[in-house]
Design a protein around this ligand. Structure first.
Ligand SMILES: [Zn+2]
Length: 87
């Protein structure tokens, strides 16, 4: 773990009042999600369904191709970028 990541993990542990293992688990989920999103050729975001066992980040939107998850705000700007790319 890099020094910056270690400092961030320790700060989150103190702020959230959770064990460092929980923070490290959150970091692993974030990194796995980013890896999915980075390898996708074109996302197709759908609103996440409650109880979907494939949802790990609870961000509200999930790509049907890569499984990466984003929040509504980011999905909106992704869609806007696609629209503007057609101009
Ligand atoms: Zn995708």
């Amino acid at each position: 773990m890099s020094d910056k990541k270690h400092v961030a993990a320790d700060a989150l542990r103190r702020i959230l009042g959770v064990p460092l293992s929980d923070v490290n688990e959150m970091f692993a989920k974030v990194e796995a999600n980013r890896a999915k999103l980075d390898t996708c050729r074109r996302h197709d975001f759908k609103k996440s369904q409650p109880g979907d066992p494939n949802v790990t980040m609870q961000l509200g939107w999930r790509c049907s191709h890569c499984g990466g998850e984003l929040d509504a705000h980011t999905v909106r700007w992704y869609a806007t970028g696609l629209d503007h790319g057609k101009l």
